[in-house]
Ligand binder design. Sequence first.
Ligand code: PMP
Length: 296
Amino acid sequence: MIPATNKLMKIFLNGQLVEEAEAKVSVFDHGLLYGDGIFEGIRLYNGRVFRLEEHLKRLELSARAIMLDIPMSREEISAAVCDTCRANGLTDGYIRLVVTRGTGTLGLNPYLCTDPQIFIIADKIQLYPEEYYTDGLKIVTVPTRRSGPAGLPPMIKSLNYLNNILAKIEAINAGCMEAIMLNEQGYVAECTGDNVFILQDGTLHTPPSSAGALKGITREVTVEIAHTLGIPLVESNLTRYDLWVADECFLTGTAAEIVPVTAVDGRAVGTGHPGPVAGQFIDGFRAKAGSEGTEI
Ligand code: PMP
């Protein structure tokens, strides 16, 4: 998903809405120099921000994990997200909320950074091509491993996405738009910007976050839909074999929502067409996204 560029966009920056041209952070910001910061990608549907509380909670956990003090309360950020959407005349869109460590020296020491920057971009959304949903996505396992919890824990939604970008490059070079990333033990972790689910004999499986998966908000919504539909769901270590022989496979993420996968590593998944269960989850997700959320 690439946010569509909006003319005369208003950006929230450190407590106020400013013109896009004025929305600047320093070249000495450790967010830029070292990827030292955190972010959330959030969706606005029908004038409501979907799962805003959950996103803000995850942002707070990411901040705690990297010992970054967010210079605003949850209530203030929530109001700022809504203000930014309204200021840009949006009813549907994609929101990028970023907190950086701020300006420091050229050295690594984060304790020398005293002015964390917080900014919010609310843009129109350029949706993924409809064929992704009707025809399904072909994905491939790539050599780059997902960072393990002993290194950069994938549960932290940090600005350091090079691990995922290396995997994305490998996927695109192999002719696919998304990659399966394995962890150091060879188990499936997640995709570069999505969580992964498979259906096997009527049970859904998804890797636990300890296998190297972000605790995706859409993943949580998917768990709720599974409960509503009465479909058993387990978190379990998955191998490439499990993906190859799955009856169905789909990916979940804020930008992608729920996308069926029809091929993994050149092998057709199930019938090679989007499966009926994935379809039920897509419908279930769209019903929730269209009816829930924080009114802006
Ligand atoms: N994994 C990674 C690495 C991601 O970047 C994302 C997108 N934020 C996801 C999974 C899906 O998470 P969510 O449903 O919260 O967007």
